[in-house]
Design a protein around this ligand. Sequence first.
Ligand code: HGY
Ligand code: MN
Ligand code: MN
Ligand code: MN
Length: 427
Amino acid sequence: IHEPPLQGSFSSLSVDIESLQRQIDELSTFSDTPAPSVTRVLYSEKDVLARRYIKNLMGLSGLSVREDAVGNIFGRWVGSEPELAPVSTGSHIDAIPYSGKYDGVVGVLGAIEAINVLKRLGFKPKRSLEVIMFTSEEPTRFGISCLGSRLLAGSEELTELLKTTVDGQNISFSDAAKLAGYTNNEDLSSVLLKKGSYSAFIELHIEQGPILEEEATSIGVVTAIAAPASIKVDFEGNGGHAGAVLMPKRNDAGLAAAELALAVEKHVLESGSIDTVGTVGILELHPGAINSIPSKSHIEIDTRDIDEKRRNLVIEKIYQSALSISKARGVKLSEFKIVNQDPPALSEDSIIKASESACQELNLSYKKMISRAYHDSLFMARISPMGMIFIPCYKGYSHKPEEFAAPQDVANGVRVLVLTLAKLSTS
Ligand code: HGY
Ligand code: MN
Ligand code: MN
Ligand code: MN
């Protein structure tokens, strides 16, 4: 395609990295755990403060801000042809317990800074540009990953499910949303967007893996996002006294959970591909006393693969193992619930190309790669052509306090985003 000459000279892409770094640091203070960790859970008081911080920054950048019924936040810069489908960019700011300050945040603050850079350059978008801060990309509070983007992408079943969803303290989704100021959440159909609502969606994010840093490459141009799935399992046994009940008489729900966790590892390792992963990140025992045989266990399994069929085969094998473990140990399999079993998503060629040429124009080394982490982009791909830009992060660390992205890498990511947005919003 013949690239229209972009107005304004893009050589001096002056990203204000000092203020961007300050914002990353300030945002990280809205946390329920001490620095350097960040914990920011959906609709918590810290989440509400962080939302206010983002809305304020959007306002300062001259964006018109709106929020939908679940708190997806949209900051729009109206273009010269506002009737055309806008170009959007964004990410999330919620953070799982004891995580870091860059996951998601780089793609929200970086997007707002990208708007500032374009405005400083005197750029005028043809298509409107919209920055989106998605509500709750992490599954922490209600066990549903990408809750906001799943709804935007049109998940009717999720609008139904949320009517009966409660968190670990038995607070309903609706009450939690109301407490955070999102009061009109009875009918969530207003959140669902139509296919074609955007001409493109692009997300800037840290890689959350070690490849870019190891290969000293500045930018990752994402071609696909792996297929995530999560499962909740409960076992029930008789429990009893840790001293008085002899081993042959036991049906220990805790050991059933432990055996299933090892079965997850076995089925993943025997998938035949290094791309299959499985994790048991939650394993709860009841009553949780040293001298009481667990009468209940609750485990949550996360398994992913870039190949959907291979991933689904692993889920089937995990289910078979749960059944055979429950039979062999005489414990009841009281719940085996597949919470989500999502397909992978492919990036749009035209967005990959726009990001590649942005890297070339900026003289930044880049490589095409898949994302093994999921993102809101996985769901935006259902209603819009999608792309992602990765920047390196220290040793690939993420979802832990040591997560770090160098200011220079954040600035590079914003520069590529600026040029990509400029191309996409004039096409
Ligand atoms: O788990 C994920 O892949 C994402 O970082 N929430
Ligand atoms: Mn994350
Ligand atoms: Mn993320
Ligand atoms: Mn359960």
